[in-house]
Design a protein around this ligand. Sequence first.
Ligand SMILES: [Zn+2]
Length: 350
Amino acid sequence: MKIPSEPIGSIPRSQELIAAITSPSNTADLQKLYDDAIHDTLSELEKTGSPVMTDGEQTKSSFVTYPLEGLTNLAAGGMTINFEDGHSRQLPLLTSGPFRYSNYAVKYLSAAQKLTKTPVKQAVISASALSLIYPPAGIEGYSQAAFIADLLNECEKDIRGCLEQGAYKVQMDFTEGRLSLKLDPSGGVLKHFIDLNNQVFDRFTKDEQQKLGVHVCPGGDHDSTHSADIDYADLIPMLFDLNVGSFYLQLASEPDRPKVLKTIKQYLKPNQTVFVGVIDVLNPIIESKQDVKDRVLEAAEFIPLNQLGTTDDCGFSPFCDDVSTTRETAFAKIKARIEGTALAEKELFA
Ligand SMILES: [Zn+2]
């Protein structure tokens, strides 16, 4: 494909799977349930024609909490993320060091690779998101500097494990990028987040960085956002300072796409590819392939063709219990993205 197209990661889970993940007492052959869910997700994804697979994050508690599952040095009461519709998600707080992940993403990657011959990409959480679990009041005997040193090592290990396992791409989810501008309009926190994540990316070679990517969005949970009101133009200039090859940007749901595309064009660097969101994951209406084609052609007016790809605006269910979209709708939307991108490709490369 001349215009690459990739999913973000999550696909809605079945009710049975959600029940098994959220109530630990329910251990009725969990592994079989997991295997079936991944298998079913991959086979449905293959039917859409997607050239790149994901496990649909079927067995993750969420895109952000998977490295924390089962840790005993956590307490409730961390940062709260408020969504437009009034619901919120809260991070836990670390109670003691040293900080180590309980799960590394390579576990999900290798489970999926066993079930498909198509390339599999893997999403990982950012160092910046997990940096928020260190309590503002500090931890006796475990300084914030010691925590950050551990965190950077763990985040590197998470990514490196996936690269060594042959991930097609490793995508860092950076939803807190745009959110940070809501909490700190000066951009100071965003700058700090970018620096922190670059400290991880800079541990990889230039070639390895071409296999790394970053996803940003205004949040997507229960069909609601946390920072869509923040002007994208404030995020994009610093975003492209991240030392990775691929950028997966929510765009379909933006009210003024040409304005965003103009800013992307201005800041995109030569060795970077931007995957523009052509599927609005929060809208239940399934895009037609014509809709998708039009969105690609629109983006192609601004982005050089050799630096343009397509994606969905976000994962379809970043948190495991989010059932606002059905699996059928998610796969139909992905199919529209693949077919619409192919249509646009035919026209652009005619
Ligand atoms: Zn997202």
